[in-house]
Design a protein around this ligand. Structure first.
Ligand SMILES: NC(=O)c1ccc[n+]([C@@H]2O[C@H](COP(=O)([O-])OP(=O)(O)OC[C@H]3O[C@@H](n4cnc5c(N)ncnc54)[C@H](OP(=O)(O)O)[C@@H]3O)[C@@H](O)[C@H]2O)c1
Length: 364
């Protein structure tokens, strides 16, 4: 049964156990949920979905990022960087969702502290854990990175761990599984996109197409693109907790393959612009030192592109809103940012114009 997200939330909020009749029926009554983090990007959609389903949500963080975002929720203060988890002691929750674990040491501390007081530990990991992300099908059994005992000890802060992001997250996954066993759930998202995404790696494309004119794009427009709307990911995390599903799940789009050309055309049609695009070769991009994925977002050179298998997550309930909805909402959110906001990814108009001039004059 293909129930839309709105139907899902509506039915569950209104008559919680009538939802048991639907394909997305939760298997447990909403209870108490702890979120380690919760106030930047992925946290808020998790919190909103959990609240809509009737969960009593507690947040744990330093109180620095958007502290007024959820004024009605219980907020416990602490700091993983200093090992201060005292406010979590002596409390019980049905589940915890950890969006702020990067350093294996931090995750070991929180797992040890919570193992007898929390039913399930859902850890938000990443597909960056895989040592080879260029395979035709990178599924959950693909080998993941490792760190040395010295690296484990040295990564005492989130900042230090992020410098070796993939292998550090992989070690976190192993720790959660070792300590929580069947009560561990590991979600590995790919690129997370949508409102509040401060990385701009997706936001660049709708805004570039909205600007009109001729956009510089890579040559292989049939290459696959995979990303996940932050709200679909938030729903999926809460669903796994509510259904008490353990195991590891890649969590990124889509049902079937979506190409770069599909994305560009969807931006153009959704935003109703006259933009066109012009492909430049990979050799040209390399020669002009255009940085893959950040300067030309979503583009990876041939040989580095793989496909993340998501069948397991889809079977467990990951669903995707339309890309058009993500595009519209991302542009609407961007318009709420200060007018002088500089995008953190993508080509500046000046750099794009220089590259296009060089591309068009290359054979003259
Ligand atoms: N963005 C992507 O494309 C992408 C892709 C794959 C996976 N992921 C994963 O998705 C997750 C996204 O996280 P998010 O930032 O959006 O989550 P979030 O829960 O919205 O925000 C991060 C939270 O962590 C808290 N925090 C930061 N430093 C802390 C510390 N030292 N001690 C305690 N709390 C701390 C922050 O609050 P305070 O600052 O107030 O402490 C904030 O509430 C990450 O696990 C990331 O690895 C992201």
């Amino acid at each position: 049964m293909n129930t839309s997200r709105r139907d899902f939330l509506g039915s569950v909020a209104a008559v919680p156990f009538a939802a048991a009749l639907s394909g997305l029926a939760p298997r447990t009554r909403p209870g108490r949920l702890l979120v380690l983090g919760g106030t930047r990007f992925l946290g808020p959609p998790i919190v909103r979905t959990a609240e809509a389903l009737g969960y009593e949500v507690t947040l744990f963080n330093r109180g620095k990022s958007n502290p007024a975002r959820f004024p009605k929720l219980e907020q416990l203060e602490g700091d993983r960087d200093t090992g201060n988890l005292e406010s979590l002691r002596g409390r019980k929750w049905d589940a915890v969702i950890d969006t702020s674990g990067y350093a294996p040491k931090h995750v070991e501390q929180s797992c040890n502290l919570l193992k007898d007081s929390v039913g399930r530990y859902l850890f938000v990991s990443t597909v960056s854990v895989y040592t080879d992300q260029s395979a035709a099908s990178v599924d959950e059994s693909t080998p993941t990175g490792i760190i040395t005992p010295e690296e484990f000890e040295a990564a005492t802060t989130i900042k230090a761990a992020v410098a070796n992001y993939g292998p550090m997250k992989a070690e976190c996954d192993r720790i959660v599984e070792r300590i929580f066993g069947a009560r561990a759930t590991v979600v590995r998202p790919g690129l997370i996109v949508g409102p509040d995404d401060s990385s701009d790696r997706f936001t660049y494309w709708p805004l570039r197409i909205l600007r009109g004119g001729v956009a510089l794009v890579p040559e292989d427009l049939q290459a696959e693109v995979q990303f996940v709307d932050v709200r679909d990911l938030g729903d999926f995390c809460v669903k796994l907790v509510q259904d008490q599903v353990g195991g590891i799940f890649n969590a990124v789009g889509f049902r079937g393959r979506v190409s770069f050309a599909d994305l560009l055309s969807t931006c153009k049609l959704t935003l109703n612009t006259e933009a066109t695009w012009e492909s430049v070769s990979e050799a040209f991009l390399r020669e002009h030192k255009v940085r893959p994925y950040t300067e030309l977002p979503l583009w990876l050179p041939k040989g580095q592109r793989g496909h993340f298998a998501v069948e397991k997550a889809i079977a467990a309930g990951l669903s995707f809103r339309s890309v058009a909805e993500t595009i519209v909402d991302t542009v609407a959110w961007h318009k709420t940012r200060p007018a002088d906001t500089k995008l953190r990814a993508g080509l500046t108009p000046e750099r794009e114009a220089e590259l296009q001039k060089a591309w068009r004059s290359r054979s003259k």
